[in-house]
Design a protein around this ligand. Structure first.
Ligand code: CA
Length: 226
C-alpha cells in the first residue's frame, strides 16, 4: 500500500485513476491544478506522484522541477497527451522518474507504478544507526546499546521521518503529513506526546535530548551526535 498524489485536472481521468489505485489498496489524494499539486507535493509523505503535464495555473514540468528544487525526492511519473520526443526529454530533465503517454492503459500504468515503488524501496536504508541506537525498519525493531527497546509502529514511522530528514527543522504539520498521513486528524499536542515518548526510548537523557531537539516556535530537528 502506498500513498499516491494524483495531480490531474481532467475529471474522467481522475475518477478512473482514483478508483483503480484504491482498488489496489493505495491511498490517494487529488490536486486539480499545478499550484495545489506543488503545495501538496512539498508537504511530503507521498510514496509516488502522478503528475499531468497540461494543468491550470502551472504546468507539470514546472511543478516537477520546483519539487526537486525543494528537495522532494518522491518518485514522479508524468502523464501527458503530448508525444514529441523533445517534451519527453524535458520531462526527464525536470526530474521526473518516468513518463506515460495518454491514452494509457491502467495495466501499463500499474506496472510503471509498481516499478517506481520498488525502486524507491531499495533506496531506503533499512537499518539506520545513530548514537547507541540501531533501527531495523524491516523487523520494526529498535535496539539501544544492543538491548531491544519496545517501539510502536507509529513511533517507528515518526522516527523514520526524522532519520530521513536529519538536520532539517520539521514543523508539526510536516510531521503529521509524513508520519500519519494527509487528512488524518492529529493534534499538535499528540505529536508532542509521541516525540516525548520517542525521546524516552532513544535519548540517554530524555529531559536533555541530544538527538531529537525541539526548535522553539517551529517544530523539531533530528541531529546526529555532536
Ligand atoms: Ca490536463
Amino acid at each position: 500500500m502506498a500513498r499516491i498524489l494524483i495531480v490531474e485536472d481532467e475529471p474522467d481521468i481522475v475518477m478512473c485513476l482514483e478508483e483503480d489505485l484504491r482498488r489496489q489498496g493505495h491511498d490517494t489524494r487529488v490536486a486539480r491544478d499545478g499550484s495545489e499539486g506543488l503545495a501538496l507535493g512539498r508537504e511530503g509523505g507521498w510514496d509516488l506522484v502522478l503528475l499531468d503535464v497540461m494543468l491550470p495555473k502551472m504546468d507539470g514540468f514546472d511543478v516537477c522541477s520546483e519539487l526537486r528544487k525543494a528537495g522532494v525526492m518522491t518518485p514522479i511519473i508524468m502523464l501527458t497527451a503530448r508525444v514529441q520526443e523533445a517534451e519527453k526529454e524535458l520531462g526527464l530533465d525536470s526530474g521526473a522518474d518516468d513518463y506515460v503517454t495518454k491514452p494509457f492503459s491502467l495495466r501499463e500504468l500499474r506496472a510503471r507504478i509498481r516499478a517506481q515503488l520498488r525502486r524507491a524501496d531499495r533506496h531506503e536504508p533499512r537499518v539506520v544507526r545513530f548514537g547507541p541506537c540501531e533501527v531495523d525498519f524491516d523487523r520494526a525493531a529498535l535496539r539501544r546499546s544492543g538491548q531491544p527497546v519496545d517501539i510502536t509502529p507509529q513511533e517507528l514511522r515518526l522516527l523514520g521521518v526524522f532519520l530521513r530528514n536529519r538536520g532539517r527543522v520539521l514543523s508539526r504539520d510536516q510531521l503529521i503529513a509524513s508520519a500519519w498521513g494527509h487528512g488524518v486528524a492529529i493534534t499538535d499536542r499528540a505529536v508532542d506526546t509521541h516525540v516525548f515518548n520517542l525521546r524516552k526510548k532513544i535519548e540517554p537523557e530524555p529531559s536533555a535530548p541530544k538527538f531529537l531537539l525541539g526548535v522553539r516556535g517551529l517544530g523539531y530537528r533530528f541531529e546526529d551526535e555532536n
